[in-house]
Design a protein around this ligand. Structure first.
Ligand code: ZN
Ligand code: ZN
Length: 348
């Protein structure tokens, strides 16, 4: 099978590998029809996240057809069109039963192999899916591949962040980072009734997309802080959604939030310390909420809602690639060239 693999920091490769096969009776093998290129694929690509084995198939967003079914799989048959969250879930443990499947003890991330253990990813013609019954969902007939792909990760993560921040109809909320997850957080905030949204991103194309979603969009800096204060009688935002994962964004979130407000971050931080101090947190009566999105939980909550099925996600998919264009896609995305927000590999 053709696949995009991790070669070394700053480099992916297109490789021919042995086809994915069933290893456990609870596995299925999926023939990938669409795979996503996600901001978190860039963490190992940039070397911010270390330890990924060279040769690992990249990617954790995919939609495809079941082509092989393990003997203990009950919910899926050959030919089913399915979508997946970015990690496997047993579907039965305390965390899977209580809305936090991202902390399932049996959970494994797609596209992460370290010291020869772990899972290959979805930027490939075929992918092995362990714990298929607890992990996959069927794609409804009225849902596009693109929407299913986003619901497996970016859209669920955006919803999670909006809910962690306590987004409501009457508050003022700021979104830091308008990559695709930030845009999905704006979509979610809108669907949750929020009327006052300020979006912050340095890239003009991303700000334009944020404005189409009803936000006022500004570059990071004093102007953004002034606008948040102007809209809140000087208090600051009721909640800040931080989707960047860097110290400067964390500091900005602190500066923007009002006393008693909430910072919600699903940006993947790699630092060992906070940008602001415990004293500063105390002095603002701050609530800080964070963590990996329980994507499978959100998929199940959202996948049949009319307002989700009615979403037109076409404006967010800015680039389409073939698998053999993997290196170019990673270069373009990592350098934020050509207005790229969300790239997908369309294998159909
Ligand atoms: Zn992702
Ligand atoms: Zn579990």
């Amino acid at each position: 099978m053709f696949a995009i693999t991790f070669a070394q920091v700053g480099q992916v490769a297109v490789q021919i590998l042995p086809d994915a096969v069933l290893l456990e009776p609870t596995d299925v093998v999926v023939q990938v029809e669409m795979a996503g290129l996600c901001g978190s694929d860039l963490h190992p690509f940039w070397g911010r996240e270390q330890g990924l084995d060279p040769g690992t198939v990249m990617g954790h967003e995919f939609v495809g057809r079941v082509i092989e079914v393990g003997s203990q799989v009950q919910k899926f048959r050959t030919g089913d069109l399915v979508f997946a969250p970015f990690s496997t879930n047993c579907g039965q443990c305390f965390y899977c039963s209580n809305g936090l499947p991202s902390r399932c003890p049996q959970g494994q991330l797609f596209g992460w192999r370290q010291a020869d253990a772990g899972l290959h990813g979805g930027q490939s013609q075929f992918v092995r899916v362990p714990l298929a019954d607890g992990t996959l969902l069927p794609v409804p007939a009225t849902m596009s591949h693109e929407l299913a792909l986003l619901l497996g990760d970016n859209l669920s993560t955006g919803y999670y962040c909006a809910e962690l921040a306590g987004v409501s109809a009457d508050g003022l909320f700021a979104v830091i980072g308008c990559g695709n997850v930030g845009l999905m957080a704006l979509v979610a905030a809108g669907q949750l009734g929020c009327r006052q949204l300020i979006a912050i991103d340095p890239v003009p194309e991303r700000r334009a997309l944020a404005e189409q979603l009803g936000a006022r969009a500004l570059p990071p800096g004093p102007e953004a802080l002034a606008e948040v204060r102007r809209c809140s009688e000087g208090r600051g935002a009721d909640g800040v959604l931080e989707l960047v994962g860097l110290p400067a964004a964390q500091q900005l979130a602190y500066d923007l939030v009002r006393p008693g407000g909430t910072i919600a971050t699903v940006g993947c931080h790699c630092d060992q310390t906070f940008a602001f101090s415990p004293v500063q947190a105390y002095d603002k009566n701050l609530t800080y909420r964070t963590g990996r999105c329980p994507a499978r939980h959100y998929m199940e909550r959202l996948w049949q809602r009319p307002e989700i099925l009615a979403l037109d996600v076409a404006p967010f998919i800015t680039h389409r690639f073939q698998l053999d264009e993997g290196p170019r896609a990673y270069d373009l995305f990592s350098q934020r060239q050509d207005g790229i927000v969300k790239g997908i590999f369309d294998l159909r």
